[in-house]
Write a protein of this length. Structure first.
Length: 650
């Protein structure tokens, strides 16, 4: 029996493929978020993932490539581990079914089942699906095709060993009927009961004699142990079951949750429990079957050409943006449709507008109004209780949803707090308080309350977006301490005053949806071409030099920003008043997504002073402010030394 303070959580084993799509990453991201959440709560977590490397498919693919099966899967597994590294997946064990300790334990399991009469020798003749590596009876087929993947099956006849699955039919039916939480969502439980258990279970073929790539039956080496008996056992062999050291098995088993895709529910809720029952071992506490991520309501498939890979998304927008979208956009347990438009819009609305804007505005105001020091709360006022009340109640709501694996609902609760904190800024108007010296105590309280709410938000998002949480802590001078524990969320006021804030680049700059979709498509296609071995000729870059005479035409000058405000008709534009020597002029610049207006006042910038004036969305612009741009980052050009406005740039 597992210790009370442990939490054992698993993904299904992945088929060795170098081309894992965002659909494949969905399960692992979800499991990782739950593992992080449980660790924050103080649990001793054991997180298992790995690869299922035996079977006919691997043998055939390796042969076509002129490789030995193990040689082939070694390279693929390295790619999978690399992707899990890019996704910052915090697994504790990565098991391979080719690991020696796993193979030895599987042989012992098979021998025990055979010795006690749960496995016997016979001849199998039936319908076989090669991609799923599964046998089916005629009644189990769906319009003559595989009920799991929908592909063609073929008849097969061979000598095999059978597991007495039918012997455990009544016990499994009772398990599912009397313990509804064992298999969730409910629709999957109903499917197993009505489509498989009530019609009756046949004994299960658990070996193959027509292939060589697998674990040999210990007493009959002409047979290899069938992939599902082999693969399913990983959940206990990874903990040292039937080994010289089974301390982890005694500590962590039974598993708290097996996460699986809906296409492999039958194996995990009928075959796996039957094997455990035969072994006399405890059953996992729960199996949760999630849905698929579709592409425009169609299942992602390399053959259909609608595959979206995670690597370009991570490279362009960061791992936290991908994780947030996957867990926020879809209801876990149901199918969800991925579109690039949904992804970009979610980033703009939730991450850039809501969270990113809240953090950057608060840091900028503390920097401007209190010298970059988080003040002490002093004078209570209107709206404070509302903000505090929501901040303290939100963790309870998050806990409630996470206990039910409702990731999207949990994040929705966090974003209600983010929205309320943004509203608090508008309600209290710190920029107005800053103009009245008598309101200094009230201003300090408002700035502290904003900072404390953001501290709570930073801990709440940590299981889902750890990098963003770290970024917020860095900007607010927070170190990992009693201020950052899950327990700290129950108290308002844990944030220490006196900490120094650090202004940073926007965490999530706003995106031009159309441009970004084109960019993502291009990067995704580059990856597809690379994996297919397609080489494209790089276009020749034409030289584009200018002469000194061309440069002399530009009148570049240093200008001091004396005022900045948002454009009345355009969200991306700021309107600047600049001092250029003895002259004052107005310039409109499209940098609103990178800077807050108030943080730029008093800064020196470089402008083109002799650019023909134009009107931008109804406001005249008398020149151009120069900036440097790389990817999503943007920085205004200035001088290394403090130089008076009006100085000419040469």
């Amino acid at each position: 029996m597992a210790d009370k303070n442990t939490f054992y959580i698993t993904t299904p084993l992945y088929y060795p493929s170098a081309n894992l799509t965002i659909g494949h990453t969905y399960t692992t991201v979800a499991v990782d978020a739950l593992a992080r959440y449980k660790r924050l709560q103080g649990y001793d977590v054991k997180f298992l993932t790995g690869t299922d490397e035996h079977g006919q498919k691997i043998e055939e693919v390796a042969k076509k490539k002129g490789l030995k099966p193990k040689e082939y899967v070694d390279g693929i597994v390295a790619d999978i581990k690399k992707l899990w590294g890019q996704l910052d997946i915090t697994y504790d064990i990565f098991i391979r079914t080719t690991d020696d300790y796993h193979e030895e334990a599987v042989k012992k399991i098979f021998q025990r089942l055979y010795d006690q009469g749960d496995i016997y020798k016979g001849v199998y003749e039936g319908y076989y699906c090669t991609p799923c590596e599964s046998f089916f009876t005629e009644s189990q087929l769906n319009e003559g095709k595989c009920p799991d993947c929908g592909r063609e099956v073929h008849t097969d006849r061979e000598e095999t060993y059978f597991f007495k699955l039918s012997k455990y039919q009544d016990r499994i039916l009772k398990l599912l009927e009397e313990n509804p939480d064992f298999l969730q969502p409910e629709s999957r439980r109903n499917e197993m009961i009505n489509n498989f258990l009530k019609p009756g279970l046949d004994d299960l073929s658990v070996t193959r004699s027509s292939l060589d790539w697998g674990i040999k039956v210990p007493f009959d080496e002409e047979h290899v142990i069938y992939v599902w008996t082999d693969a399913l056992s990983n959940y206990i062999t990874a903990l040292g079951y039937l080994s010289d050291d089974d301390s982890d098995y005694k500590k962590y088993w039974p598993a708290d949750i097996h996460f699986v895709g809906k296409e492999i529910v039958r194996f995990h809720t009928i075959i796996w429990p039957a094997i455990l029952m035969a072994l006399g071992e405890e059953l996992p506490k729960q199996v949760f079957a999630h849905g698929w991520i579709l592409f425009d309501n169609d299942r992602m498939s390399k053959s259909k050409g609608n595959v979206v890979y995670p690597e370009p998304i991570i490279d362009l927008y960061g791992v936290d943006a991908l994780k947030y979208f996957l867990l926020r956009e879809f209801t876990f347990g149901q199918d969800g449709s991925f579109t690039k438009e949904k992804f970009m819009n979610r980033l703009n609305s939730d991450l850039a507008n809501d969270l990113g804007n809240l953090v950057s505005r608060t840091v900028a105001m503390i920097d401007k109004y209190n010298g970059g020091i988080i003040p002490e709360a002093k004078e209570e006022g209107e709206f404070d209780d509302q903000l505090r009340g929501l901040a303290i109640s939100t963790p309870t709501m998050v806990d409630s949803h996470m206990d039910k694996l409702k990731y999207s609902n949990a994040l929705e609760e966090v974003w209600k707090l983010i929205s309320r904190t943004n509203k608090y800024i508008d309600e209290t108007a710190p920029w107005v308080l800053a103009k009245d010296e008598d309101k200094k105590d009230r201003l300090d309280t408002v700035l502290y309350n904003l900072s404390e709410s953001i501290r709570i938000i930073s801990v709440l998002i940590r299981p889902f977006m750890e990098n963003t949480s770290n970024d917020i802590w860095k900007q607010f001078g927070i170190d990992k301490s009693e201020m950052t524990t899950w327990e700290s969320l129950s108290d308002w006021g844990r944030l220490k005053s006196g900490l120094n804030v650090r202004k940073s680049k926007p965490m999530f700059p706003r995106l031009d949806v159309k441009e970004e979709i084109e960019k993502l498509d291009e990067e995704n296609q580059k990856l597809i071409d690379k994996r297919k071995g397609v080489k494209k000729e790089e276009p020749k870059v034409e030289e584009n030099y200018i002469t000194l005479d061309d440069f002399d035409k530009l009148d570049l000058k240093v200008a001091e920003i004396i005022n900045a405000e948002k454009h009345p008709n355009a969200d991306k534009l700021l309107v600047f008043k600049l001092k250029v020597g003895e002259e004052e002029r107005q310039i409109v610049s499209g940098i609103a997504e990178a800077y807050e207006p108030e943080e730029l006042i008093g800064k020196n910038v470089v402008i083109i002073a002799n650019l023909k004036p134009i009107k931008l969305r109804g406001v005249e612009s008398q020149g151009m402010i120069l900036s440097a741009e790389k990817g999503k980052a943007l920085s205004l050009l200035t001088t290394l030394e403090d130089i008076d406005s009006g100085a000419k740039v040469v």
